[in-house]
Structures are given as structure tokens and as C-alpha cells.
Design a protein around this ligand. Sequence first.
Ligand SMILES: Cc1ncc(COP(=O)(O)O)c(C=O)c1O
Length: 373
Amino acid sequence: MSRWAWAEVSAAAIEHNVRVVAQAAAPAQVWAVVKADGYGHGAVLAARAAVAGGAQGLCVALVQEGVALREAGIELPILVLSEQPEASLEAAVRHRLAVAVYSDEQISALTAYGASNHPVHLKIDTGMRRVGAAEHQAVGLADTIAASPAVQLEGVFTHLAVADEPENPFTDHQLDRFDVVLASLAAAGHHPQLVHAANSAGALAHPRSRYDMVRAGIAIYGISPGAGVDHLCTDLRPALSLHARVSHVKRLAAGEGISYGLRHTFERDTTVATLPLGYADGVPRRLHAVGGTVLVHGHRRLIVGVVTMDQMMVDCGDDHVLPGDEAVLIGSQGGHTITAAEWADALDTIAYEIVCGVSARVERRTVEPRPLD
Ligand SMILES: Cc1ncc(COP(=O)(O)O)c(C=O)c1O
């Protein structure tokens, strides 16, 4: 069963983007971040494409995300990026998912779940203040790991808070602190084989953050991590586009209002097309209020009235638009392109939130990149 709204995902674009990041980060390995269903693109598709592009590992947020990749037959090393409930660790061990650790509790839980030499990556908080061990705890935790036959210290890592702002000195400040931790670990005899700090922006903009591997997420989907690094993302190709078919067309008179709250009033007679997708599909309700547009017949059409749960309306002027005509919400048509970043800028958010927000209800169709038409 299909519906008149779908997303197209290009595996070839993801493969290409991984190559671009790999080239920039070499000789560091690229581990592709495919959490949140591959940032809304489909985790299995993204993982396979990333492998084809040269990724040497994968990162997920949840144990169940890693298990789903294993069940799809993906054998690459997988790292779960933050500590997880004890109850999920048995699955992590069974499915050979390396896990982030930063507490004695997580290390002893792994021991209790029958792990043997299970790879762990020690996470250090160098300033992001989200999760991770304090710097002064690093050696003690590494000693505990070394003393346990259940686990082995495969990696040590940190996460950067402002890597997408290349001029911001805080990245160097974080990396300086990280280097001090690495030196103290080495002095205590700990030599993990994978040291890592970089997200996409780090990989592209901060050579010293690359260490042994980079954890690249947004860039592999063809999206810049932020305006400050746009100039380093010109070779990336967006991998996701969002489409719908016009489901209903009508002529409305000047003075009429439209949608809940009648927040938009037409200044002249016009043709209005309804598209059968809405905020339950990931089109933000507020997109109408920030001048959001949709491409129909190769022209930008203003979204009129609030986006409703399952449907939205666009002003097509005097054009002869018919039910079944294709609309492009994110992507290209007629030489125009609307990007997730354009939505994000208008809505004062980031493109990550836009692509992750395309809900599970929207069918993903795998396609090769369309030529710009
Ligand atoms: C710990 C960690 N590493 C890497 C990434 C990838 O970041 P990006 O998508 O900016 O490349 C994320 C994403 O949020 C993350 O949480």
C-alpha cells in the first residue's frame, strides 16, 4: 500500500559523502553515525551505503539500533555512543556492540552480563557537559577496565560542542584537555587503539580532532553541520528529498481564509492545492508562518494556512494544477531547490531536526540521485 507522500533516499549520495569525509579525514577511519534511523534516511540503507563508501565502523545511540543493524546482516564494528540501561547490556554483548562507558556501574554491569573481553570506549567529558567521565576519573576507570576480563579498552573519546564554529577557541580548549587525559592514560600504561573526538564538523574543519577515527553523521547525509562550515561541504550531496502528490485542487475567492484559525486570507482569487502530508509526517506546523514554500510545476508556491496533522495547502496562483501533480517539499524541481537547511534557518533550528523529523509514516524509497531538473 502506498500513499501520495514519500521520501526518496539516495544510497549513492551517502556512499559519495562518506568518500568525501574519508578523503578529508584520512588517514583517520570514518565511522558512520546511523542513529535515529540514519538521521531519518533509514539506518540499514545508510549503513550499507556507508560501508560501500569506505566506513570502517558504525555508531548508534541505542542498543536496539545496533541490534537492528546486526539483524540486517551488518557485521561492521558498531559503537553505542552513551551508557544504556543495564537491562539492554546483555543484547549489546550478544550482538558484539562496543559500548561507551564512563561509570564503574556500567563496567560492573557488563561483567555481570557474562561479557568477555568486550570492547568498550571510555568517554571523557571535556566541556560538552552532556555525558562522560570527568577528566580526573579517566585513569581510575581505565584501571578498572584493565582489571576486568569482561571488558577491554578499545577506545577513548570525547565530543565537541562547537566544532561547527571554526573560529570558536572552545574546540581547541576541549582538545587540549583531551590531550592531557590521553597523556595521563599513556603514562598509566593504557594505549587504546581508537582515540576519537570529531563529529562531521570536527572531521572537516579541525584537523587535530581527527585522531584515529571520526564519527561522521550529518555530513554523510549530504548536509552541512552549520553555516560556519558550509564552505567545506560543497562536495556533499543531499541524500533525502521529500515529495507528495496534489490530492485536491480548488479555486478560492479573494477575502477567504484557510486552515485552522483562518490565519491566512487571500488577497485575490487563486488556485489552492492540498498536499496529503502534515506535521505528523514531519512538516513543521509553523512552516507557513515563516514563508515556507513547496515546488509545484517547477515554481515555488507559498504554504497557506497552518500545516495540519496530515494535510497542508499551497497557493498555486492561476496555474493549471491537477490532483496527482508532484510537489517537492525538500529537493529539486524546475531548477529550484529547497533544502532541509532552508527550512531549518526559517524555523530557527538545525537541519538535523528536520531530517530526523520525517516520521516513520513516510515511506522511504531508495533511488539514485535525480538529475537536477
Ligand atoms: C557522540 C556523538 N558523536 C558523533 C555524532 C555525529 O555528529 P554529526 O552528525 O554532527 O556528525 C553525534 C551526533 O549527535 C554524537 O552524539
